[in-house]
Design a binder for this molecule. Structure first.
Ligand SMILES: [Zn+2]
Length: 330
């Protein structure tokens, strides 16, 4: 007998990645699994589901169920199921009971204030099988709450759903959610939503076009202090297997506190497992900074800044001309 499943977890518990894997596994067995989401959620563009880990898959909207022929369907998967209405959960339960098709729903249990979402409420009440997908708070305890963070602070008031705002969400244990305490210092790799970091990246590299050229394929790391982004870095692989530090920027109000150094040392550790050398191209004014971390001069690309940047970049009263290439053995 088919079942209605509710698999819930806090933000960042890989729910969407899980949903995409389940669909993939059905396909591998030559079966069809239909991916759905409620229409309300449009963060990943029309008709796709996307995870923080960067996995994406096409989907249809739950609202379109009447137009979809389910006869050749072996399983229905619903992402962002917290946004379902009671009637939509009933409809999914009917698919299980009347058509004997399993329906697997993935979603958050509670909103940023700790209240059940409508979809989660009815899935909790009616699902045959309820499973938790676990993730951890920065303190190491299980995270069960979803904190809304704006301007580096946990906010507890506002609308349940904000679309297209500047808010972000962080999974916390109940104690740290109650107290509104975010990680004192945390470094994370950012795989989706990289564009949010553009203003900070522009501090280290004034060319938006250059940044866009390496941001998608590069790995972006962000260091946050009490929820506020203090430093970001982008590294990318070069031809031949070496890596290059493409961007390292520290927020103006966070400078002089060693956050750039913390992030660099983290990158050295991460990259040392994959490569032997890390390159960086920089201006004369920054050479001493990198030499402190063991970088040595490898060469100079004359006229680089004049060629690649439409406007002169002035550093310490002088226009930048040459790019100095440094390398560090990892
Ligand atoms: Zn905690």
């Amino acid at each position: 007998m088919a079942k209605l499943y509710f698999r819930y977890g806090a933000m960042g518990s890989s729910k969407t990645a899980n949903a995409i894997m389940v669909q993939y596994n059905y396909r591998e067995r030559g079966q069809n699994a239909l991916m759905l989401k409620p229409r309300l959620d449009s963060r990943d563009g029309a008709r796709t589901v996307g995870s923080r880990s960067g996995l994406h898959a096409p989907c249809r909207y739950v609202e379109e169920l009447d137009d979809i022929d389910l006869t050749a369907c072996d399983c229905v998967i619903v992402d962002e199921a917290q946004f379902l209405t009671k009637a939509q959960v009933q409809r999914l339960a009917d698919i299980v009971d009347d058509m004997n098709i399993p329906v697997i729903c993935y979603g958050l249990r509670a909103d940023f204030q700790g209240n059940l979402f409508e979809g989660s409420h009815w899935l909790m009440a009616w699902a045959d099988s309820i499973e938790e997908i676990k993730t951890v708070c920065w303190c190491g305890k299980k995270a069960i709450m979803n904190a809304r963070v704006a301007g580096g602070k946990v906010v507890k008031s506002g609308e349940q759903i904000v679309l297209g705002g500047n808010e972000s969400y962080v999974a916390l244990c109940r104690r740290h959610w109650s107290r509104g305490e975010l990680a004192p210092l945390e470094i994370r790799r950012i795989s989706s939503g990289k564009a949010v970091y553009m203003p900070l990246l522009l501090q280290a590299d004034p060319s938006r076009a250059m940044i866009e050229g390496y941001l998608d394929d590069g790995e972006l790391y962000a260091l946050t202090v009490n929820g506020q982004t203090a430093a970001v870095a982008v590294v990318a692989e070069r031809e031949g297997g070496d890596w290059e530090l493409k961007n390292l920027a520290v927020a103006p109000e966070m400078r002089g506190k060693g956050y750039g150094a913390r992030l660099l040392n983290h990158l050295f550790r991460v990259l040392s497992a994959r490569c032997d050398r890390l390159f960086v191209g920089t201006s004369a004014g920054n050479v001493a900074f990198y030499e402190r971390f063991g970088f040595v001069r490898d060469g100079v690309i004359e006229g680089f800044f004049e060629t690649h940047y439409p406007e002169l970049i002035i550093e310490n009263g002088k226009a930048l001309k040459d790019l100095i290439v440094l390398v560090k053995k990892l």
